[in-house]
Write a protein that binds this ligand. Sequence first.
Ligand code: DC
Length: 232
Amino acid sequence: MRKIIIAIDGYSACGKSTTAKEVARELGYKYIDSGAMYRAVTLYFLDHLVAFTNPKEVDKALQNISLAFRVNAKGVSEIFLNGINVEQSIRKMRISENVSPVSTIKEVRQAMVALQRKLGKDKGVVMDGRDIGSVVFPDAELKLFLTADILVRAIRRQKELLEREDLVDVDTIIQNLQQRDQIDSTRKESPLVRPADSVEINTTHITIDEQVDEVIRLALSKIVAAGKRKFT
Ligand code: DC
């Protein structure tokens, strides 16, 4: 069967990664969490006291960063920063508070986009983020744009943080989400936009299973179409 690229974009905490992971599992595709890449860079910058505004320091730091995804024993993709599994530490609030500014840096974006394209070159990939359908893979066969009400997003994020023993009140999370929405959609370098050829899914009132079913249905029709194109 022909493989396709599935790009899932949208604001923070709209259910992108939960959907993407499950869709990838059902289709036997690779799952790439591009947000995790920006988070891992942020972790490195904070731990090594890199001044975000100093291009020389940023360039040097980027040269010392190596990112990789490895699938764990449970079949879940995890991110490694210079050989260390940072899947848990990049989800902490201190990273969420700094990741949007880091992801506005041109040099950071160039390095991440290049790596994302490399990871998706053989297709058969589900990648979620902010600019996947618009910049990273403008020719992706299936582009989705996820939305949800802010309160629902905040409660979902709070639950995720609690699972990592990070207790944060809903107001603080709403503030963080709104701040990130604002930075992500107004930045100069590849801002978050809804690609004209994407399908919008509002996840406020639907379950994860319903979200996943809808994406699988759309994906299968694109996979069939991609297979047919091969013979024309
Ligand atoms: O999906 P997430 O919340 O883990 O992403 C963290 C941040 O990374 C988000 O606020 C903006 C940035 N990001 C980006 O700029 N481009 C992407 N493709 C993915 C994430």
